[in-house]
Design a protein around this ligand. Structure first.
Ligand code: GCU
Ligand code: CA
Length: 388
């Protein structure tokens, strides 16, 4: 639980940019890691986010408190479906498994790494949200993460002073049932030592921080939860930055591009049936992770692929099955079944093999669905490559 001491200063009002509509491509951020259109630069993405931080898009009905200045002027905006943004301070959270000289240091963070270890504030960039609904109401008049499909290690972009980093939801601001701190769950504007140092903000837990100008853009939904350990969560979060920038849409005046045929399409750009997760806890995957479906008949992963022209193509799935039994699955293209692949076992979950099938594709985007026919679910699926 975050224990940052509070300090007071004059709050700077966040300047908002011109109205540029965000062109997020999917209806729900839960499925937004898609094959993106033209890349947005960090400056374009921030301008587009700020342009959507308008009263019409405000989520909270009561203002949040800037953790550093204590000004009650921080609001949270839904800047695109499933994407939430606020601008506030950065107070420095040094809690968790890294030692820190701060007398307020606590050994625990609200969330843990994928091995169950307390997060390491000096190694993992993480941001802090309120622990509960301060008002004890549903829906919460403040922004309460549990009402917005946001979980521990939820990915966010953090912008400050021309820089952008990837960050995860790591700790919460003191709940309102705690009497030992003058902090409370209405506060926004705190992040870890590592987040500060990556953004060029003084990172001492006692003297560091900045009073304003840090914009946090949270991507909700299970496919934006970052997995990994204290040793690689930072790298895993940074690996998602461009994908997140791109998913905010096409930049002003930049036309969408069509990925070429013959490309590899990462499973993590797709969507999973309930119970599945995009993971990164086994070695050797490409992109930012792989699909791990639920262990059930009918569990599936959808992967969008793009073909320049219609015609028969070979789909080569890169997969891993570290069990002692094959994981057969039917392969469908745009909801039409095209056959079954066996997905034989591999030496372990860190070893990847290829299984291929020929299918007809249409020009443009096709959805490839891999559906388990056995109780084990799908093999772990890393990517699919199209070739003629
Ligand atoms: C393990 C493994 C997962 C895999 C799962 C399964 O939990 O770590 O990556 O998906 O087994 O059996 O499907
Ligand atoms: Ca699985």
């Amino acid at each position: 639980m975050s224990s940052t001491r509070t300090r007071f200063a004059v709050a700077a009002a966040a300047a908002l940019a011109l109205a540029i509509p965000l062109a997020i491509r999917n209806a729900d951020a839960a499925t937004t890691p898609t094959a993106a259109a033209a890349s947005l630069t960090p400056a374009q993405a921030l301008a587009a986010v700020q342009a959507n931080m308008t009263s019409a898009n405000q989520v909270n009905t009561k203002p949040h408190i800037n953790t550093m200045t204590r000004a009650q002027n921080v609001n949270v905006y839904q800047v695109a479906p499933g994407v939430y943004a606020y601008t506030s301070s950065m107070a420095i959270d040094d809690d968790g498994s890294d030692p820190d000289p701060d007398p307020d240091h606590q050994g625990e963070t609200t969330f843990q790494d994928s091995n169950g270890k307390q997060l390491a504030a000096h190694h993992v960039p993480f941001y802090v949200l309120g622990d509960d609904c301060w008002d004890r109401k549903t829906p919460c008049p403040h922004f309460f993460y549990k009402e917005h499909n946001i979980k521990g290690r939820q990915f966010a972009l953090m912008f400050y002073n021309g820089k952008v980093i990837g960050s995860i939801f790591g700790d919460t601001q003191t709940a309102n049932n705690q009497t030992t701190s003058d902090n409370d769950s209405r506060e926004l504007g705190e992040a870890s030592v590592k987040a500060a140092s990556l953004l060029g903000i003084p990172s001492s837990g006692t003297t560091g921080g900045v009073d304003n100008g840090v914009t946090v853009v949270i991507f909700s939904g299970s496919s934006w939860v970052v997995n990994g350990t204290n040793a690689n969560l930072n790298a895993n979060a940074q690996a998602m930055v461009q994908q997140a920038l791109d998913s905010l849409g096409t930049g002003p005046g930049t036309p969408p591009t069509t990925p070429p045929t013959g490309s590899t399409f990462e499973a993590e750009t797709g969507a999973l049936s309930p119970g599945g997760t995009f993971d990164s806890n086994h070695l050797g995957f490409t992109g930012t992770g792989f699909a791990n479906t639920a262990n059930a008949v009918g569990a599936y992963v959808d992967i969008p692929v793009t073909a320049a022209t219609a015609g028969t193509e070979t789909l080569s799935f890169r997969y891993s099955d570290g069990t002692t039994a094959a994981r057969p699955a039917t392969i469908s293209v745009n909801s039409t079944s095209r056959g079954t692949l066996n997905f034989p076992i591999t030496a372990n979950w860190d070893t990847w093999a290829t299984a291929s099938i020929s299918v007809p594709l249409t020009a443009g985007t096709n959805t490839i669905r891999i559906t388990s026919t056995t109780a084990g679910g799908d093999a772990n699926i890393d990517s699919v490559t199209i070739s003629q």
